[in-house]
Ligand binder design. Structure first.
Ligand code: ARG
Length: 465
């Protein structure tokens, strides 16, 4: 195809170089944004009398027909064009003739590509946000169903204090709520229009940037033309937010993988989210959770790639920036697909309450409560801690849990022990006594889940397609 920039340059670009230079196979997914942006541009040009109303109408109906034809599959995006902007303009001119050549007045592909990318990301942010919202709702349902299911809480992956699965899962809801909050901020940074910055220095035409940006739904316009065409901070913020989402997903997946093992046995995934082994008949592999954990690396990679693309770039547009889209699109797909698969995987898993309770009982995780019992009877905490530690040692030696250790044996360690100590170390009581805000008691979790539900109700918008 003819080059948009034919004129100055003569001679043919090397075929391999041309292929290398082309981005259409990546940026074709922004065709809707590109066409909608061009329609707004034609409207503005006509309103400002830079082109005639007739030309604008001609351009707009041409653009609408292109959009319709790509949507319906009658027009295939041809990879012989350099990029999506070139493709749309070339087809437009083929369809409507000379008026098509007027569209690119007071515009450059530099502000056009930045505009398209911002429009595209606005939609993706809304999409990711609504997937996060759905995941939080699923987690909240699971939390409600497991609000009293006791399990060991861990520090250093060592059994530490009793918690409930409901409480544990709600911790993840909190993380995903923060992710939603971060996306709101990224949406605002993204929602600034660069169109009208042109190649880098603005334009001599009497354009109306505010009008054009407002019909495209932007909140504001960029205020420096050089910054406008070369700013990719919004991409970096977007990928940072996506990386944090994946980091959270990888943490919950790691826990679910551990919990689904024979060693833990706290949960079992539905067969729809596991695979078997080709040679070991007993295996049920948590592939989906592992893949989400693994795909986290790709999204981190995209963030590092984007940061590195922008590093040391002189103002303003440089072709390096064309590399932004490949990593952004890949990260977007990865996050959306991960969120899409994890929600039903969690909703359909089976919780093995008895195994969790057994692990809690065998873990001496009520040793802190045993020490607290003595403190309440007037023993200084350090001494109570030492006595409890000695009792734990003896229990380990004798293969007993604290609940199985007899009162007379307790009394050998301290005369202050009485039969009410068994109430004090009862796991249910241990959990329910931690009634501080954000604690493990039934009531504290009910309040926590209500809070999550309330914040999670907020809507950013809904997906286009
Ligand atoms: N395909 C290019 C990109 O994605 C569009 C902008 C090209 N501008 C230019 N002056 N070569 O960045």
């Amino acid at each position: 195809m003819n080059k948009l920039w034919a004129g100055r340059a003569s001679g043919k670009v090397d075929e391999i170089a041309e292929d290398f230079n082309s981005s259409i196979n990546i940026d074709k997914r922004m065709y809707r944004e590109d066409i909608k942006g061009s329609i707004a541009h034609a409207e503005m040009l006509a309103r400002q009398k830079i082109i005639s109303r007739e030309s604008a109408d001609n351009i707009i109906s041409g653009l609408k027909s292109i959009l319709q034809d790509i949507d319906s599959g009658t027009l295939e995006i041809n990879s012989s064009s350099e990029d999506i902007h070139t493709f749309v303009e070339q087809i437009l001119t083929e369809r409507i003739g000379e008026d098509g050549k007027k569209l690119h007045t007071a515009r450059s592909r530099n502000d056009q590509v930045a505009l398209d990318l911002r429009m595209y990301l606005r939609e993706q942010i809304i999409c990711i946000d609504s997937s996060l919202k759905h995941l939080i709702n699923c987690l909240n349902d699971c939390s409600r169903n497991t609000i009293d299911d006791i399990m060991p809480g861990y520090t250093h992956l060592q059994r530490a204090q009793p918690v409930t699965l409901g409480h544990h899962l709600a911790a993840y809801s909190m993380m995903f709520l923060r992710d939603r909050e971060r996306l709101k901020h990224v949406y605002n940074t993204t929602n600034i229009s660069p169109i009208g910055c042109c190649a880098l220095a603005g334009t001599t035409y009497t354009i109306d940037r505010d009008f054009e940006s407002s019909i495209l739904g932007f909140y504001d316009i960029s205020r420096n033309s050089m910054d406008g065409v070369s700013d990719r901070d919004f991409c970096i913020e977007y990928l940072s937010s996506l990386s944090i989402i994946m980091m959270h997903l990888s943490r919950i997946c790691e826990e679910l993988i551990l919990w689904s093992s024979w060693e833990f046995g706290y949960i079992e995934f539905s067969n729809s989210y596991t695979t078997g082994s080709s040679i070991m008949p007993q295996k049920k592999n948590p592939d989906i959770a592992e893949l989400i954990r693994g795909k986290t690396g790709r999204v981190y990679g995209a963030l590092i790639a984007m940061l590195t693309i922008q590093k040391s770039l002189p103002l303003t547009y440089n072709k390096d920036m064309q590399e932004d889209k490949a990593c952004i699109f890949d990260a977007t797909d990865t996050v959306i697909n991960s969120l899409r698969v994890i929600a039903p995987m969690i909703s359909t898993m089976t919780v093995k309450k008895e195994r969790m309770l057994l692990a809690a009982k065998e873990g001496f995780i009520n040793a802190t409560d045993l020490a607290d019992y003595l403190v309440k009877k007037g023993v200084p905490f350090r001494n109570a801690y030492k006595i409890s530690g000695e009792i734990v040692s003896e229990c380990i030696e004798k293969h007993l849990t604290l609940e199985e250790f007899s009162l007379s044996s307790y009394k050998k360690h301290s005369e202050l022990f009485d039969s009410d100590l068994y109430d004090a170390i009862d796991l249910k009581n241990c959990v329910n006594r931690r009634n501080s805000v954000g604690g493990t008691s039934h009531q504290a979790i009910v309040d926590e889940l209500k809070y999550i539900e309330k914040i999670n109700k907020e809507e950013m918008g809904c997906c286009d397609d």
